[in-house]
Design a protein around this ligand. Structure first.
Ligand SMILES: Nc1ncnc2c1ncn2[C@@H]1O[C@H](COP(=O)(O)OP(=O)(O)OP(=O)(O)O)[C@@H](O)[C@H]1O
Ligand SMILES: [Mg+2]
Length: 349
């Protein structure tokens, strides 16, 4: 095992650590500290319910008239009352932040976005307009739970104490990114050694057509703006090349197995041998200096989308085994209140 990611590397890849360094080159974002009661709520899988009182509309009345909503049901023996949690202060901070970002935000925690949960949202996307949108995604996501419960899972320095983490909600301005424009770049000892399209499961004609240009513009972006400017010499960079050809930073991830190596393997990335470019075709012709650029070359190799395996909702699995019938009730209530919100809002696209 060569892969020896340290806890400090994970700490350095937190959004709030890299964002100030590379603000100019990435999507506008706001970082909000997560209050402990919100963290507790996210970790409590007893209930999905949130209050419906966070409409992101013009309402400025400070009264709580519409806030409290008790949900009751009777148990066999006892009567349980579940009160939807209320986070009035946090709710208004979040709504204000979303407004500053133009009304639509992409949410994540210190490291992860709830990519595995987008199927659950009404719009099947990670686009959020209210705190309930965010909570629904976060509470349904294993990636978010990973951030909260075991961020240092694959680190090699088990014996050192876990660094203390201040949890934060990251809200990024919603941006329509074209999947074929996203690339993951592997940086070792401050050298760009490999590039793979993030969506390696699809064949993109433009990538094979523009391989040279793409690789060139990503290398330029890296050497001009990123190289030697990060706290670590080993890391994984996600970039986006927009339709004007401009390259943007999307995220920075730890150089290790917690990060998906896409068309590479962690073994080759960490082996110390230089990686051959091209398409793993056994052609040993080593590229001079530049990073290995790998992509899917034909429709034949197209694979199912990796997040499909997350699609069986945990809550429904519980339900099917008869473990927790209340979760469905909670879930349906939440969906209903979201729908009502949407109707009130007047069905904007
Ligand atoms: N501001 C944004 N607006 C819309 N979509 C976005 C935005 N930022 C990221 N995305 C999309 O969401 C995907 C995941 O984002 P991001 O890389 O931040 O999540 P992550 O949890 O760090 O992923 P990974 O686990 O692969 O590192 C991106 O590939 C991109 O397609
Ligand atoms: Mg990431």
């Amino acid at each position: 095992m060569n892969c020896s990611m340290k806890k400090e590397q994970v700490v350095n890849c937190q959004f709030s650590v890299w964002y100030p360094l590379f603000k100019k080159h990435t999507i506008k974002s706001l970082i909000l500290p997560l209050p402990q009661n919100v963290i507790d709520y996210l970790l409590d899988d007893g209930t999905l319910v949130v209050s419906g009182g966070d409409h992101n509309t013009q309402q400025t009345n400070s009264s709580d008239s519409d806030a409290e909503e008790d949900i009751q049901w009777s148990d066999d023996e006892t009567t349980t009352t579940v009160t939807a949690p209320e986070f009035p202060e946090f709710t208004s901070t979040v709504l204000e932040a979303i407004n500053v970002l133009g009304g639509r935000a992409f949410p994540k925690l210190n490291w992860s976005a709830p990519r595995d949960a987008n199927w659950i949202a009404l719009n099947s996307s990670l686009q959020c307009q209210t705190l309930s949108d965010i909570f629904l995604l976060f509470k349904s996501s294993d990636f978010i739970t990973h951030d909260l419960t075991q961020p240092f899972l694959r680190c090699s320095d088990h014996d050192t104490p876990d660094p203390v983490i201040s949890y934060e909600l990251v809200l990024r301005k919603w941006s329509e990114l074209i999947p074929g424009g996203e690339f993951r770049c592997f940086v070792k000892e401050n050298k760009l050694i490999g590039i793979s399209p993030r969506d390696y499961t699809q064949y993109y004609h433009h990538i094979s057509k523009q391989e040279e240009q793409l690789s060139q513009s990503i290398q330029e972006f890296f050497s001009q703006h990123i190289q030697y400017n990060f706290l670590d010499e080993d890391f994984v960079l996600d970039v986006y090349r927009d339709s004007w050809g401009k390259v943007w930073l999307i995220d920075i991830n730890p150089f290790g197995e917690v990060t998906d190596s896409l068309l590479f393997t962690w073994e080759e990335l960490t082996s110390g041998n230089s990686i051959s470019g091209g398409q793993q075709d056994g052609d040993v012709a080593q590229q001079q200096e530049g990073p290995a650029f790998r992509y899917t070359t034909s429709e034949v190799t197209v694979q199912p989308s990796p997040c499909l395996s997350y699609r069986i909702p945990r809550d429904f699995v519980d339900l099917s085994t008869g473990e927790d019938a209340y979760k469905l009730i909670d879930f349906l209530k939440l969906k209903k209140s979201q729908q009502e919100e949407d109707e009130e809002r007047g069905e904007q696209p």
